[in-house]
Write a protein that binds this ligand. Structure first.
Ligand SMILES: NC(=O)c1ccc[n+]([C@@H]2O[C@H](COP(=O)([O-])OP(=O)(O)OC[C@H]3O[C@@H](n4cnc5c(N)ncnc54)[C@H](O)[C@@H]3O)[C@@H](O)[C@H]2O)c1
Length: 358
């Protein structure tokens, strides 16, 4: 029988790649998303996925009926949103995620993949962090991921196997593009302004991964024997994905002809730094290959943006920066003080209308 997978957050940056990938692989996919970023599309919409349009905080047991697995991506997905209002991040990323896992377990769901983040590790330059390293979350977003992992891990039993995939910063083309993650931002800036802008000295390290590799890795873990993944956390990537921001910038300069490096002295620059050890993933899934390099990813973005003539207005459009878009929805009254839609169903969003050719 076809396996039914509930994918939460399937209309976000990662979900718009991952849900269609699972559909194509023959899964019976149902998406669940409140559609904060409806209309925030760059290029054509992702493939249609049957959708439960709902806030994660308002789940009912019936939403899990018939599901064999859950891939849980829905979240307020970065530090700046967490800093805007810590309570929303706590409610959605932690409390509602744990409730989702409880409902899933009660409904007989056997596999639960949680999209976590390497941001939960300490950020000392000297450290190379493994899954066993102490967690040292510095922000509301990072804390929400740590607390969710811990509470969901406590639910694991003979019938319910959660797995935690700790991602680095993700780059690459997606129908619901983000320009607020590092490589996408650097390429967007280079092509629309000729400048590769670094805030600070560019020395911090980041693990970075291509969105298609991330999606394939989720599928691989979903299909892995239960004994390999039961209640395990994995740094989702491979050796060679750790880069200093300066190195990312240099790679972007090579990919975007004529672009120049510009270093801005920014006392507030993001100085988080961490190198991630991916040995556990390689040891557990020796047959899996991550196929993208930063060089190829920067080139892919450059070619796509050049083909469609990405303009500076597109690059800076709030539709592609998560915090700016949520702020806009709040300021225009479309979202209320609990970050829920003011009207049901939410008003239709205009399609971004750019880059149809992508
Ligand atoms: N993009 C990255 O670099 C990155 C890195 C590490 C971890 N992650 C994690 O991966 C997951 C996916 O990230 P992304 O980049 O696709 O994020 P995204 O912001 O593009 O998408 C998140 C999706 O979740 C939905 N959502 C948010 N709150 C919801 C709620 N209350 N109810 C229902 N739906 C809700 C949004 O509408 C959106 O479609 C997140 O859990 C994120 O924390 C992402």
């Amino acid at each position: 029988m076809t396996m039914r997978v509930l994918v939460t957050g399937h209309q976000g940056y990662v979900g718009s790649i991952l849900a269609p990938l699972l559909l194509e692989a023959g899964y019976d996919v149902v998406g669940l998303d409140t559609e904060y970023y409806a209309g925030c599309t760059l290029g054509p919409e992702a493939a249609h996925v049957p959708t439960i349009r709902k806030d994660l905080r308002d789940l009912e047991p019936s939403d899990l009926e018939g599901a064999d697995a859950v891939v849980h991506l829905a979240a307020l997905s970065n530090d700046p949103i967490g800093n805007l209002n810590e309570a929303w991040t706590e409610e959605i990323n932690f409390e509602a995620s744990v409730r989702l896992a409880e409902l899933a377990r009660a409904a007989g769901v056997s596999r639960f993949l949680f999209s976590s983040s390497c941001i939960m590790y300490g950020m000392s330059e000297a450290a190379v962090v493994t899954e066993e390293s102490p967690l040292d979350p510095k922000t509301a977003y990072a804390r929400s991921k740590v607390k969710a992992e811990q509470a969901i891990a406590a639910l694991a039993d003979g019938g319910f196997s959660p797995t935690f995939l700790r991602n680095g910063t993700i780059y690459g083309l997606s129908p619901r593009m983000r320009f607020d993650t590092v490589l996408n931002n650097l390429v967007g800036s280079a092509i629309t302004t000729g400048r590769v802008v670094l805030h600070g000295d560019g020395r911090p390290w980041r693990p970075v991964a291509h969105v298609q590799d991330v999606a394939r890795a989720f599928q691989h873990v979903l299909e892995a024997p239960r004994a390999l993944v039961h209640n395990q956390a994995f740094n989702n990537g491979e050796d060679g994905m750790n880069h200093q921001i300066l190195e990312l910038a240099q790679t972007v300069m090579e990919a975007v002809p004529g672009s120049q490096l510009e270093c801005l002295a920014s006392p507030d620059a993001d100085q988080r730094t961490y190198k991630t050890d991916f040995t556990k993933f390689a040891r557990t899934f020796p047959e899996f290959r991550f196929t993208w390099s930063v060089r190829a990813g920067a080139r892919e973005l450059y070619e796509a943006f050049k083909t469609v003539g990405l303009r500076h207005d597109d690059f800076t459009d709030r539709r592609f920066t998560r915090l700016a878009w949520l702020r806009h929805l709040l300021e225009t009254g479309r979202l209320n003080g609990s970050l829920r839609w003011s009207h049901h169903p939410p008003p239709a969003m205009p399609h971004a209308g750019v880059l149809e050719a992508l």
